[in-house]
Design a protein around this ligand. Sequence first.
Ligand code: ADP
Ligand code: MG
Length: 261
Amino acid sequence: MSEALVLAKAEEQLLELGLKRAAAVLPACVEWAAGHQATYAEFLHRLLEAEQEERYSRYMHARLRMANFPYHKTLADFDFSFQPSIDERQIRELASLTFIQEGSNVIFLGPPGVGKTHLAVALGMEAIRQRMSVYFVTMQRLVADLRRAYQEGRLDKRLRIYTQPKLLTCDEVGYLPLDALDAANFFRLVSERYEHGSLIITSNTSFTNWGTLFGDQVLASALLDRLLHHATTVNIRGNSYRMKDKLRAGVTHALKEEATA
Ligand code: ADP
Ligand code: MG
């Protein structure tokens, strides 16, 4: 068989085995191996590496879409110097994801714009990178979804969407007060996840106000009891990052006025 024919056959074989990327890079890999006097093992390693990389990036793409994040940002995108109330070491420790192995929770508390959602997304993206199942939902969407499911008599089934992932992030707890049904549904979700899977919660409302938020002191304390039994609470105090440029523009503007005065 001629070299070209062997190459064509090998390409076909790779395709038949479902190794699409390897098939696509085979000619280039053969050329590289010849040019570099690579060993057979080196050649094979390079070919399979291309296939693996392609599969991993497809996996990440699909999982990131399924996770339902509002945006994609990592810890590398987070400027710790802007938010000195955050202990960077503590966040890096969380990013090791031991808390997920242990089934414990993380609660980010703080005013708007301080990075709660960003950090929750970053931890979620890290979990996906480590091949864990992750789902992100805002409290508003969560309670609306569970309410609809309850009314349609399929709450049990619907709850599974939120109990199955190894990590569930519930964003913006406390922006809206809840009525009795929403509070009860959320309580059920937290109870079912308790000691089985981790929750990340972000909230602008300190725990002392959760009684009012959930419209029921007893339910709120039972909820906090489960939530906080194994949990890390990160209290963020500081300025909104969203206002950063506005603040800076304001300062520059004020300085200019002062200079021209
Ligand atoms: P919230 O605390 O209200 O959830 P976010 O986490 O969504 O706020 O932050 C608001 C915006 O500012 C996002 O685009 C986020 O990526 C960005 N941001 C917040 N804090 C920081 C930071 N310390 N470094 C870089 N970007 C930040
Ligand atoms: Mg947010």
